[in-house]
Design a protein. Structure first.
Length: 288
């Protein structure tokens, strides 16, 4: 479960066919009748000092409209909180301690204290939400911040530049996929986040390094390993969504404006990725 948990919480990193000796980035493009559509693999958490490659900056500059997994500039804070609590909190009278049992919950308390969150708060969370919270707090402890991630950086700039942002799905749809995971899989998420904190940190560093140097093989292998171990978990979170998104991306090719599409890189990697599905429909896609 470790590979999926790291990827979901932090790094939707890019991979694609890259020629030996060439520098590539987490960026592809395809041509419409009169426009260009860029596909950018996202990193949700980055350090504030991280400089984006010039190719990503150029793609943003060239694009009139942005398309992200959710419409970032129109998120209502009150609604976001309501949806998150609705999908992430246990019903009244239930607790995480009851679901985990005393020995496992004791380990959760220690882990929560390590990352600086009150264990009593986690006790009201559903397992998937507790797992995501623990890993996100660990990422922040490592110096990585969500407001420095790709989506937030480009959202801030697009608002200032008055560039429209649209969403492929809603926040409720996105969180609902995690909240709808079967209880055993949610528990696996949480157990790993409790017991393998050091391994998560090591893998985050490896993934970021691979993203920076455009190591497509390492990143594609990561996804293949996850599919092999957890096919029933990966399918609804990645390939099923890719299939829904293909038609939305294709519709952009009939427009006159250039688009920057920003999605988690798990959607741009490997078998049945968004890129492979588009190529299968005859589109020529170039990695930058």
């Amino acid at each position: 479960m470790n590979k999926l948990l790291v990827a979901l919480c932090a790094l939707w990193l890019s991979a694609g066919a890259s020629a030996a000796g060439q520098q590539h980035h987490s960026l592809w493009s395809l041509k419409g009748r009169t426009n260009t559509v860029y596909l950018l693999g996202s990193v949700h958490f980055l350090s504030k000092s991280e400089q984006l490659p010039a190719a990503l900056e150029e793609a943003y500059k060239n694009s009139e409209v942005l398309l992200m997994e959710i419409d970032m500039d129109d998120l209502d804070p009150a609604e976001t909180q309501q949806v998150t609590l609705e999908l992430g909190m246990l019903p009244a009278g239930q607790s995480l301690e009851q679901q985990l049992g005393k020995p496992t919950y004791t380990r959760l308390v220690t882990r929560a204290q390590d990352v600086g969150i009150d264990p009593a708060l986690l006790n009201r969370f559903k397992p998937w939400f507790a797992a995501m919270t623990l890993v996100q707090l660990q990422l922040m402890k490592m110096g990585l911040a969500p407001d420095s991630g790709i989506e937030q950086r480009f959202t801030t700039r697009a608002v200032a530049d008055k560039k429209p942002i649209h969403g492929l799905e809603t926040l409720r749809e996105q969180l609902g996929m995690l909240a709808g995971l079967p209880a055993p899989q949610q528990r696996e998420f949480l157990l790993y986040s409790i017991d393998d904190a050091d391994r998560i940190a090591e893998e985050i560093d490896e993934l970021l390094s691979a993203w920076r140097r455009g190591d497509s093989k390492a990143l594609a292998d990561l996804l293949a390993e996850g599919f092999e171990q957890y096919p029933d978990l990966y399918r609804p979170l990645t390939t099923d969504r890719n299939r829904r998104w293909v038609s939305q991306v294709e519709q952009l090719l009939d427009d006159r404006e250039d688009y920057l599409v920003v999605v988690g890189t798990l959607h741009l990697v490997g078998k049945d990725s968004l890129i492979e599905l588009l190529e299968g429909k005859g589109h020529r896609i170039v990695q930058h």
